[in-house]
Structure formats: structure tokens, C-alpha cells
Write a protein that binds this ligand. Sequence first.
Ligand SMILES: Cc1cc2nc3c(=O)[nH]c(=O)nc-3n(C[C@H](O)[C@H](O)[C@H](O)COP(=O)(O)OP(=O)(O)OC[C@H]3O[C@@H](n4cnc5c(N)ncnc54)[C@H](O)[C@@H]3O)c2cc1C
Length: 425
Amino acid sequence: MSIIQAMTEKTWDLIVVGGGLTGVAAAVSARRQGLEVLLIEKAGFLGGAPGTLLINPFMPYSTTVDGKRFELSRGFFSELRVLLKELGGYKDGREDIHEEYVKLALDRLVMKEGVRPLLHAVLCGVEKDGETLTAVKVVTKAGVLTFRGRYFIDSTGDADLAVAAGCPYHLGRPDGLCQPMTLCFRIGNVDIPTFQKNRQAMQEKYKQFQAEGKIKNPRENVLIFNTLVDGVLHFNTTRVVKHNPTDPFDVTEAEMIAREQMFEMYYFLRDNCPGFEHSQLLYSAGEIGARESRMIDGEYLLTETDLRDCVKFDDAIAAGNYDIDIHNPEGTGTSHYYFPAGTWYTIPYRSLLPKNADNLLVAGRCISSTHEAQASYRVMPIVTTLGQAAGVAAAVAAKAGVGVKDVDVGKVQEILVENGAFIGK
Ligand SMILES: Cc1cc2nc3c(=O)[nH]c(=O)nc-3n(C[C@H](O)[C@H](O)[C@H](O)COP(=O)(O)OP(=O)(O)OC[C@H]3O[C@@H](n4cnc5c(N)ncnc54)[C@H](O)[C@@H]3O)c2cc1C
């Protein structure tokens, strides 16, 4: 029997669609609870945003309690940091990550744990029996393959699986606009000390060039991060607004606009800014990055008020305090709401539950929430904790033989805490 035949003939305990940090956290966590797990990913590697979009670094995930650093994203996320650090792809405190090490660490992890990965496979449909998903269909080089499962997790970032299953959702804010898309890129051979000395002057020159119409990018400043590679800087600074990340023609146009912005930025820096005289454009991400797209309309809609009030939900499965960081969906400007030191919000299990499906969980940047709430929990540390929670919940449901809405949430919380997670209380 061929591998394809063997994999398509069985019924998996759990199928996870989307192999980003969320999906890997979900798959590994469920596997550790004894489930047989298939992890489906459209790219040629695991990890999602760091590899597909060149996202770096980990955004902040700690606060201060009694004068000491207090980490809010732990469990699988802490484990990932340790793995990356051992490989040399992460440094404590700096929070920069190297995407090649992320890919390698996750390959090794899923193989060690016995998760079955399937790369280069794009979800293209589902089979359903009433409100129960029975199978997913994926497009591969071997044609369309159908995989049957008892439970499913959607960690595609765009809620592709939930939408294919007919679950209700919304796109961005009430007028349908999402946070801007950004094509990240890297510039090498930069004289970093000289750049740092002249950083403020560079920002002022950027504004001047923008005012003179020489720079078309609507972003208010140049957003730059360090990398772990000598002389290389990471740019998260292109901005394409008013394009729908789930409309393929909009995304096509957005990629081209962002590429023009990347070259505009590179030439601006090389020709005008100290430190960049001998710099070289290295590469851009394989895909333009969507900060926000579809979010399910699930059993509980997490709101900005819940976050600002730091609500401690009874069914909390994760916690966070990253600022409500909204890049203007219409043009220039970025707004922030920072949480006071020592405070955090929680995320309820119900926000992972789509309507109209009893064996499907949604994790990652597309859970049930408003535009404003998503602007905070969307960052890598927090979505990884959501993945861990979804994986554990699927396992608890499978062992009890119940739907995901009838899960014993207390049991899920207990297992999460036993495995190092912080659930906010
Ligand atoms: C421009 C930008 C800058 C950001 N900056 C930061 C930052 O500095 N720090 C930070 O912590 N966070 C940052 N974020 C946010 C963060 O990177 C993402 O929100 C987070 O990584 C999302 O994780 P996820 O697992 O939900 O989705 P993803 O990482 O996108 O993973 C989803 C996975 O599913 C796969 N997939 C999607 N659709 C299908 C399908 N139909 N079939 C099969 N597979 C599919 C994708 O290939 C991908 O691997 C940024 C985001 C963007 C876009």
C-alpha cells in the first residue's frame, strides 16, 4: 500500500490545518495527550509567519509583578524558546528569531513527537455530516486528497477551514477594512553603529521625502528591527491599505504595490542615509503579510473592553498584555493602548469555538473577536498559547467522546497548567 493510500484510508483522531506556530503547538500538544495527529501545511516548512512572512522578533509577552519579570506566554512557547536558543536561533532578552532555525526546530519537534506532517498541501474543501466535519480535502501535486478525522483544528490564520465548513465569520472591522498588509524584507551589509547614530535623522528625512511626494508609502515612519545576522536589518515597513487579504486579486495587487515600496525604501536609505552607503537588498518574504483578515463569529466574541478591563474569564485558556496595536487600515498612523504594568487579560475557551460545527476548534489570529481585540492577541507568543490550548481541548474532547462545546474546560485548564502554561489566574 502506498503512503498516500495508508494516510487517506485511516481516520485520524485530529487533523490540524495550518502549520504555523499555532498549528504546531496544537498538533504537538494533542499528540502528547495520545491523539494520532495529521498536520497539514501549504508551505514547504512549518512555523508559518516567521518563515512565510519573515516575521521577527517575538513581541513582548511579560509584565512586572512584585518588581520581577513575569511571563504571560509560557508552556509550549517557553519550550520553543529553549529549543531555538539551543540551536542558536534566538537570544533571551533580544527576542530576535532566525526563521531557518524555527523551521529546523519544528521539523525535529514534530518528528520526535510523532505528529504526521504533510507539507505542500492546500485546503480546498470539507465533508460534513450535519454539524460534524468528517473530512478535509487538500490540493497536492498528487491531486486532491481526502483525509478523514474525528476532530479538526483550524490554524490557517484566515479561518479557511471554518469558512469552508460554513461557519459564520467577519472580516476586519465592521466596515470590512483590515489592518494593512506588509511585505517584510531584509537589507544586508549595513554599518549598524553608524545607522544607529543617525537613526533619528533618517526618520526625519523619511518624513521630508514623504511630504515632498518622493516616498509614496503611507506609513508614518520606518519600522526597523535587528536580526541575529551581523550587518542585516529587518524591515516591517511597507504598508498596503484597503486591500482584502482573502481576495486573491487584491492580494496580487498588494504584493506589487509593496514590492515598489520596498525598492523605494531601499534606494532612499542607500542614497540618503548614513550606514546604508554599501548596503545590499537581500530578499523579501515569500508572501505579503496579513495582520488581520477573517475572524470567526464564535461562541464568545472577545472585545476591546474585555481586554482593557483585564477580564479573568472562568474558561480562560491563555493570557496576554501586548498592546492594542492598530496600524491604520486607511493610511498613515498607528494607535496603541498599553496595559499598565502588572496587568493582563485572559482569552476564553469559547472564543475558539465556531458556530455550526461540533468537532472543530479555531486557534491563532482568527479566533472569535473584534478588530481591536485581535490587534493585541495576534502576536506570535499569544497565538502559540492558543494553539496549545486548542490541542489539549481536542484531546480532552476525544478522550471523553464529546463535542468540543461539551468539553470539561476545567480539565483542559488543569492539563495546560500541568504543562507549564499560564492561563491568567
Ligand atoms: C507584517 C506583520 C508583522 C508582524 N510583526 C510581528 C512581530 O514583530 N512579532 C510578533 O510576535 N508578531 C508579529 N506579527 C503577528 C504574527 O506574526 C501573526 O499574527 C502570527 O504569527 C499568526 O500566527 P498563526 O499561527 O495564527 O498564523 P500563521 O503564522 O500565518 O500560520 C498559518 C499557517 O497556515 C498555513 N495555511 C494558511 N492557509 C492554508 C490553507 N488553506 N491550507 C493549508 N495551509 C494553510 C500557512 O501557510 C501558515 O503556515 C506580525 C504580522 C504581520 C503580518
